[in-house]
Design a protein around this ligand. Structure first.
Ligand SMILES: Cc1ncc(COP(=O)(O)O)c(C=O)c1O
Length: 348
């Protein structure tokens, strides 16, 4: 597959911004090339300097834990940034399209709308699985990117790997597989498949299992050609210096991440067993993520009553295939107890 042919024509000859750190990368005694403050900083002294635009040190640590080369890694200001950059790189406004499989994460649609790119929607089945036949039938030459999400938000289930691979193999466009919740799942990431499929892009994030949502650090893994395109069009210093520093430290805490995941899984099991005993709860869908989707009687009413009780969940009632569904993040033992007590109180 020729990725360059998928790229929007006007970007094939783009001259990207060249930063001071692009133009001189060695070490020197005196740096007077970037209009930084020579006299100090109102915060930590190292923040005086612009950060590494390609985050080499952080990428090499991420490469070690993900078992992938740094030439296959792009880091974004959250995984929302590569979602937006991919649409801007590959989809011509008004003519090209993306495909999504509702119910799924909302930013694919929002980013496409911002770029004036049409959205083809092929709903998941009633049990929230992909239908590769319907998906492949609905692709035309203008569908440049298919967004898949596993474990999926807001449903929580994992998508069958064979279905994903079938779509990756049979489409002429790119497939973005969003694995934001993969660290909670018993299934393995499809990063190991990247070498086999040049049109596959995998997204992951530090916002969920690593507990670093405020730092805004997302990852895209793909072949070097796609990574090069993202680097070409990104804002020069898209990952700030504090985030690079804090993420490097956090990676040394991988054990804590794994412990939190274990704790979350235990809490999820308990929460599900309490929820299904409540008469207004009709169904809890299978979840490999750090939340569950619950079908309840009169979801919106329950949602509002929970707010009165200072417990906030997400009302997904208006989302395709999710009528009367609430999405509930797994909380601590105490938080989950408060939720269950509130739900039981409404049921009296
Ligand atoms: C499926 C999915 N992808 C991406 C994101 C965004 O992640 P980030 O915080 O890295 O932008 C979310 C956030 O909820 C999500 O649910």
């Amino acid at each position: 597959m020729e990725i360059n042919k998928l790229l929007r024509p006007h970007l094939r000859n783009l001259t990207p911004y060249s930063s001071a750190r692009d133009e001189f990368q060695g070490t020197a005694e005196v740096y007077l090339d970037a209009n930084e403050n020579a006299f100090g900083s109102t915060s930590k002294d190292i923040y005086r300097r612009y950060p590494d635009p390609y985050q080499t040190e952080l990428k090499s640590r991420i490469g070690e834990i993900k078992d992938i080369g740094i030439e296959n890694i792009f880091l974004g200001n959250g995984s929302d940034e590569p979602i937006d950059l991919l649409i801007r790189a590959f989809c011509n406004p008004k003519t090209d399209k993306i495909m999504i499989t509702p119910p799924t994460y909302g930013m694919y649609e929002v980013s496409a709308n911002i770029s004036d790119v049409e959205i083809v929607k092929v709903e998941l089945s009633e049990d929230f699985m992909l239908d590769p036949t319907r998906i492949l039938e609905s692709i035309d030459e203008n569908v440049k990117i298919i967004f898949l999400c596993s474990p999926n938000n807001p449903t929580g289930n994992s998508i069958d790997k064979r279905d994903i691979i079938e779509i990756v193999k049979k489409t002429q466009g790119l497939v973005v597989l969003d694995e934001a919740y993969i660290d909670f799942s018993p299934n393995r990431s499809l990063i190991s498949e990247l070498n086999n499929y040049p049109n596959l892009i995998i997204l992951q994030t530090f916002s969920k299992a690593w507990g670093l949502a405020a730092l805004r650090l997302g990852m895209a893994f793909a072949n070097p050609e796609i990574i090069g395109i993202l680097n070409m069009i990104k804002p020069p210093y898209n990952i700030n210096g504090a985030t690079q520093e804090l993420a490097l430290n956090a990676i040394e805490n991988e054990k804590k991440m794994q412990e939190m995941v274990k704790y979350m899984i235990a809490q999820k099991k308990q929460l599900i067993s309490s929820l299904i005993k409540i008469s207004s709860v009709k169904k809890i869908y299978p979840s490999d993520a750090n939340f569950v989707l619950a079908k309840v009687d009169r979801a919106h009413e329950i949602y509002l009553k929970l707010i009165d009780n200072k417990v906030i969940v997400r009302d997904r009632s208006n989302v395709a295939l999710c009528r009367d569904c609430l999405r509930i993040t797994i909380g601590t033992k105490e938080e989950n107890l408060k939720l269950i007590e509130s739900l039981n109180y409404f049921n009296r």
